[in-house]
Design a protein around this ligand. Structure first.
Ligand code: SF4
Length: 381
């Protein structure tokens, strides 16, 4: 698929049948009354926003677990958003956990025009699944994948590494199994061990934060298997990059719907409240339940295009350095020159791109960009 750039729509489905031990996302138990109210308010939010997202290139149903929706629920969301009536996204991803994959859901999503399924496998090792607090079995993941392949979806497998008790060889066995299935895309996430989660709070001191050896082996292995390493955590077969995420890394626009969904559009960045009842109550009154509102400035977007660009193999257009200097950031070029000499970035086809070393220390580079006192990022220019 050619690169898509522009507007994306993100629908947050905030329901999970169980709570994984590492998860910090907002979610609620999937009771029918709560889901009914959610579906009605999603329609209201879309109408209140006057269908701003209609015509978007990409649509992403994330969560939570969108897979807990019934086939009829998927039809209702689609109708509420006017999909297939006023617009049809070119890429439409739906996240599923393996236990929620059912033929009738896939059939209806395929008919409605969904193009991509992201399957939350995390691991094929039963002990690792227990350590993560996942309520699924390896058998369920394999069966779910088999079902997905009966349809013409582009398929992503979400995998997770650097989990307590997981050895490097166990992780590589997981990756070999993932590759052997033949997915179009693999996302590999390093456990971050968030405080306040059962997994994060139970981490032993010997668990190191960096996971560098996992990263290096993962990157080498998946590249050798023919996957394009196009973002720190993401690998694609030719033509299967996730365009929705690419648009966010390029600092395009996206409209978020549902509790806790983030948006960046019409000059603002904000998030809906992490509270289904409050979000629904506000939408029932025709009001927005938004928080963390930031008004976008040229500086803020420039800064974020650099920071997020350095997560991706494509990097960012070199002309951003001169734009930064036009906006008064005198030392921007010097900073990147220094990083080039240190082997963190390289110039390629008119872009500043991260090297493998640069990707490994991305957080440090991002902090340095943020801490540049010469960057007047808070200006409203
Ligand atoms: S299914 Fe996903 S969103 Fe739900 S608790 Fe597990 S990791 Fe979190």
């Amino acid at each position: 698929m050619p690169e898509i750039s522009g507007l994306g729509v993100y629908v947050h489905v905030p329901f999970c049948a169980s709570r994984c031990g590492f998860c910090v996302f907002y979610k609620e138990p999937p009771t029918r009354p709560a889901m009914e109210r959610y579906l009605q308010c999603l329609r209201k939010e879309w109408q209140r926003k006057e269908g701003q997202g209609a015509g978007a290139d990409t649509l992403f149903f994330g969560g939570g677990t969108p897979g807990v929706l019934t086939p009829h629920d998927f039809v209702r969301v689609t109708e509420a958003l006017g999909i297939g009536i006023t617009w049809q996204p070119r890429e439409w991803t739906v996240e599923f956990s393996p236990s929620t994959v059912k033929r009738e859901k896939l059939t209806i999503l395929h008919e409605l025009g969904a193009t991509r399924i992201s399957l939350g496998v995390q691991s094929f090792d039963e002990c690792t699944l227990v350590a993560l607090g996942r309520r699924q079995t390896t058998q369920q993941s394999l069966r779910a994948y088999e079902l997905l392949r009966e349809f013409s979806f582009s398929v992503n497998l979400d995998m997770m590494f650097h989990i307590p008790g997981q050895s490097l060889s166990s992780w590589m066995a997981d990756l070999r199994m993932a590759v052997a299935l033949g997915p179009d895309h693999i996302s590999t996430y390093c456990l971050t061990g968030e405080c306040g989660t059962p997994v994060g709070d139970g981490l032993h001191e010997s668990w190191s934060l960096s996971g560098e050896k996992f990263y290096r082996q993962t990157w080498n292995f998946l590249r050798d298997k023919g996957f394009e390493h196009y973002e720190i955590s993401n690998f694609a077969r030719d033509g299967h990059r996730c365009q929705h995420n690419c648009n966010t890394w390029r600092m395009g626009e996206w409209l978020g719907l549902g509790p806790s969904a983030a948006s960046q559009c019409r000059g603002r960045r904000f998030r809906n409240v992490d509270d289904l009842a409050l979000w629904a109550q506000m939408e029932e009154q025709g009001l927005a339940a938004e928080e963390d509102i930031v008004f976008l400035t040229k500086f803020l977007l420039l800064q974020d295009r650099m920071i997020f660009g350095l997560r991706t193999a494509d990097g960012f257009d070199e002309c951003l350095l001169s734009r930064a200097e036009e906006l008064g950031v005198a030392d921007c070029g010097k900073l990147f020159q220094r990083w080039q000499e240190m082997g963190f970035v390289k110039k390629f086809a008119g872009n500043i791109c991260p090297t493998e070393r640069g990707m490994l220390v991305h957080d440090t580079l991002a902090l340095e960009i943020l801490s540049q006192s010469t960057f007047p990022f808070v200006s409203n220019t």
